[in-house]
Write a protein that binds this ligand. Structure first.
Ligand code: KE4
Length: 423
């Protein structure tokens, strides 16, 4: 544990709950204290003691171009020189909306918000407002931000009503939240058989990245599309992570699915607070002030955030996603081989620029499988990698991220570190 980070963490714990502004950063899942970061450039971050790390967290997704990308940083500086917030529309809001719509096959209209949570919360309200139905079906282990309806834990049985996933969420709120195991179409069909006429929406991470990385089974996403269409429910793709990362056009382009609504975050802000929800105008025209479904935000469309997002998307549009996927796949394969050679059970799923390390005999297809992994082994792996200058997501239920700034030396350093890990 570095000295300056320890000192800052002690101070932070005296004035911020748990010493962090978002729980996962506290590193409780890996029995560690958080590193405090001083700066970040490209594929590297530097902690408060000046120690350098290869970064495979990338701020949980936004930094797909790498940190401190010169064009993005310049765009933010230039926007800041024109004032930081107007409370009135500006051209950059239009340009970013046009860029998101241009990239995403299903979008005709989009509304900017300030986080992924706001995006999914607003998309659910919109779906309920349009359909006049109350229930939402989500998948166990998928995370859609911390709005009450999504903080539901599985009750008994499959695809049944939920119980509050945390204190503070009223039972009344999650009474309308149905849960099913990810990749389990039969459970979804059962839910629609039982409640189909009151299900407003199904919300799904088209590639699940909050239970570790779990890929959709063949036909799963297509099945959701058919089921929702047949029962008059909306299909919401939560692309907060996969948007602009699974492909430039997101998972919807990669898998050829046409969701009714899509939510975004992370990458579209280039590291500044931006979220968005969007879809066909037939749905989005219900959003106030055009329609009657209320949604608002003081800093929505903030000019600095728009400038960062716009510069980011313009650069990403020119990037070679296939090359990045090939690099990530090669890295994940070598990582798996190295860990397997040490006699531990390991699976390293990967897609696009994402990967994760499951210490498990069996493939992971849902949250129950992810829970059954050996998380003690993950903790030991995390600590030893961090000691060697490799910054990984501090939980076996998160996903590793690679940026366009990662170079062969970064991958080699991480693989070398893995060779030195002892279980
Ligand atoms: P935010 O409100 O944190 O911007 O986005 C919520 C969200 C929505 N949907 C998906 C698929 C997400 O992954 C997230 C947030 N992701 C987590 C990391 N897996 C954020 C990290 C954190 O909570 O600090």
């Amino acid at each position: 544990m570095s000295d300056r980070s320890s000192e800052l963490f002690a101070r932070a714990c005296a004035c911020i709950p748990g010493g962090v502004n978002s729980p996962v950063r506290a590193c409780h899942n890996v029995d560690s204290e958080p590193l405090f970061i001083r700066e970040a450039h490209g594929s590297h971050i530097v902690d408060a003691d000046g120690r350098d790390y290869v970064d495979f967290v990338l701020s949980w997704g936004p930094m797909l171009l790498g940190h401190d990308e010169p064009t993005v940083t310049r765009a933010i500086r230039e926007a800041a020189a024109r004032g930081t917030s107007y409370g009135a529309p500006c051209a950059a809001e239009v340009e970013l909306a046009e860029a998101v719509i241009d990239a995403m096959p299903s979008l005709e209209s989009t509304r900017m918000v300030n986080s992924g949570t706001e995006a999914t919360m607003s998309a659910l309200r919109l779906a309920r407002g349009i359909t006049k139905r109350n229930k939402v079906l989500k998948f166990i282990g998928c995370y859609h931000g911390h709005a009450d309806p999504f903080l539901a834990a599985a009750g008994s049985g499959v695809a049944t009503f939920s119980i509050p996933g945390t204190p503070g969420v009223p039972e009344a709120v999650v009474r309308d939240t149905l849960l099913a195991p990810y990749n389990d179409l039969e459970a979804v069909k059962a839910a629609f058989e039982a409640h189909g006429d009151d299900i407003a929406a199904v919300i799904v991470e088209p590639v699940a990245a909050n239970m570790g990385l779990v890929l959709p089974k063949e036909g799963f996403l297509e099945g959701l599309r058919d089921c929702t269409r047949n029962h008059g429910a909306l299909l919401i793709f939560d692309e907060v992570i996969t948007g602009f990362r699974a492909a430039f056009g997101g998972a919807q382009a990669r898998f050829g699915i046409d969701p009714d609504l899509t939510t975004f975050g992370k990458v579209i802000g280039g590291g500044l607070p931006v979220g968005a929800f969007g879809g066909k105008t037939t749905y989005m025209d219900h959003v106030a002030p055009k329609g009657e479904v209320y949604q608002a935000g003081t800093l929505s469309g903030n000019p600095l955030a728009m400038a960062a997002g716009l510069a980011t998307l313009r650069l990403l549009k020119m990037k070679d996603y296939d090359a990045l996927e090939a690099k990530t796949r090669a890295f994940a394969t070598q990582m798996r081989d190295i860990l397997a050679s040490q006699g531990v059970p390991v699976h390293v799923p990967t897609i696009a620029s994402m990967f994760c390390i499951f210490f498990s005999e069996n493939p992971v297809m849902n949250f129950a499988d992810a829970q059954a992994c050996d998380h003690d082994l993950f903790t030991s792996f995390y600590k030893q990698m961090r000691e060697q200058g490799i910054f990984m997501a501090p939980s076996g239920f998160e996903t590793g991220m690679v940026s366009f700034a990662h170079c062969d030396n970064d991958f080699e350093k991480a693989l070398d570190a893995a060779r030195k890990v002892r279980f």
